[in-house]
Design a protein around this ligand. Structure first.
Ligand SMILES: Nc1ncnc2c1ncn2[C@@H]1O[C@H](COP(=O)(O)OP(=O)(O)OP(=O)(O)O)[C@@H](O)[C@H]1O
Length: 118
């Protein structure tokens, strides 16, 4: 059981590392907080919340994997290497795809509500 709880500690320290070291991770957390407040304001239904939660989780997940990939590349290839560049750029591309997907989901959910309220 203590091993299980310690595992949570390691996971939280990994998330805290990403939060401390990655501006993008903090930016996405702020954006997701604003989306959460907007969702509460517009009283999203259950299905809309599920989409927002799934999109948010996908963005944070991709940020965490991107951070892990960056640290791994810096560890194994501290010098400039074309393959190190490809690995980092592909990981960054995954974050971009997740962010664009989340923006599209957010637009589909919020755009009609914002225009209807205006
Ligand atoms: N070892 C390397 N060899 C070749 N190109 C690299 C290497 N490290 C980084 N790069 C290139 O420089 C870019 C920026 O690298 P950096 O390590 O600053 O990552 P980052 O994506 O900006 O992350 P961070 O949020 O930590 O600044 C990478 O996306 C990659 O194109």
């Amino acid at each position: 059981m203590t091993k299980f709880i310690r595992g949570f500690g390691y996971a939280f320290s990994g998330i805290a590392y990403a939060g401390k070291s990655q501006f993008n991770f903090r930016f996405h957390l702020c954006a997701l907080t604003i989306v959460g407040i907007a969702g509460w304001y517009f009283q999203l239904n259950t299905a809309e919340w599920l989409w927002i939660i799934a999109a948010s989780g996908m963005v944070l997940l991709s940020e965490l994997f991107n951070t892990a990939v960056e640290v791994l590349v810096d560890l194994v290839s501290p010098d400039i290497h074309p393959k190190a560049k490809i690995i980092k750029d592909v990981a960054a591309g995954a974050v971009l795809i997740a962010a664009i997907t989340a923006i599209l989901i957010g637009l589909i959910i919020f755009y009609p509500k914002i225009t209807h309220a205006a």
